[in-house]
Ligand binder design. Structure first.
Ligand code: 6PG
Length: 240
């Protein structure tokens, strides 16, 4: 069963997410000497990334940042998840991009996906399933129940023998992307969704109900998963 953490407003939810990331980083550094966190794209997590530096007390040592998905655009493109994240992290004090592992958006998606999987295997220690085990996967949530670039009814949701996948027909523009797969994301020690607004209330409730292949984000629910939401996004998940 996933845990639901309801914050009074989006700002409080962003701060809660930043604190959760920092807690995962501190635990990983203490136990394994380094932390590996996958970041979500989109707009919602921007404020959390701006707050991360303070939550870490400015200690970015041994923090490796990855991406749950990327749009196939250049690193400086306005639609780039990498650009959104590094600009927000740097606004919060991050001063070194060396351990930010970018998906090469300027390459062909199959090529970029393959290279990213190799980089994950070479850098992140395997967990129980012989899959690189991230310490935390921070996930966004679409109103249709997608997460990363795993969209309802799309074949990438069913991939069970690869860490990454190329996407050519994303219903959310831009259409071409690279995404981590369900097995790669489920292998994370902890998974946190950050969602806000009434439009996300349906998918939040779906994740809390349990796995449903028609709702890709719900496949990442479970005891390792927390949903950090504001009141509006919690509306359908809370009894009464
Ligand atoms: C992307 C994201 C995507 C996003 C959700 C929520 O590249 O678009 O990874 O999965 O997290 O669509 O987006 P918002 O936070 O902008 O609502």
């Amino acid at each position: 069963m996933s845990e639901l953490h309801v914050s009074p407003d989006p700002e409080a939810a962003a701060r809660a997410a930043a604190e959760l990331i920092a807690d995962a980083v501190r635990e990983a550094r203490a136990q394994r000497g380094a932390a590996h966190v996958a970041l979500a794209g989109g707009n919602t997590p921007k404020r959390a990334y701006e707050a991360l530096g303070a939550a870490l007390d400015g200690d970015w040592s041994d923090v490796h940042l990855w991406f749950g998905d990327e749009r196939m655009v250049s690193a400086d493109h306005p639609e780039s998840n990498y650009r959104m994240a590094v600009e927000a992290l740097e606004a919060g004090g991050m001063d070194d991009r060396a351990r930010v592992h970018r998906i090469a958006g300027e390459q062909a998606p199959e090529e970029a996906a393959k290279a990213y999987a190799l980089e994950l295997r070479a850098t992140v220690a395997e967990g129980a399933e012989a899959i690189p085990a991230l310490d935390l996967a921070l996930q966004g949530l679409g109103e249709d129940g997608h997460t990363a670039s795993l969209f309802p009814g799309h074949r990438e949701v069913d991939i069970d023998d690869a860490l990454t996948a190329a996407v050519h027909d994303s219903p959310k523009p831009p259409p071409t992307r690279v995404t981590l797969t369900v097995p790669m994301l489920r292998a994370a020690r902890r998974i946190a969704f950050l969602a806000e607004g009434a439009g996300k209330a349906g998918p939040v409730a779906a994740i809390m109900r349990g796995p449903d292949p028609a709702v890709p984000s719900s496949l990442l629910g479970g005891p390792q998963t927390v949903l950090i939401v504001d009141e509006a996004a919690a509306a359908e998940a809370r009894p009464g």
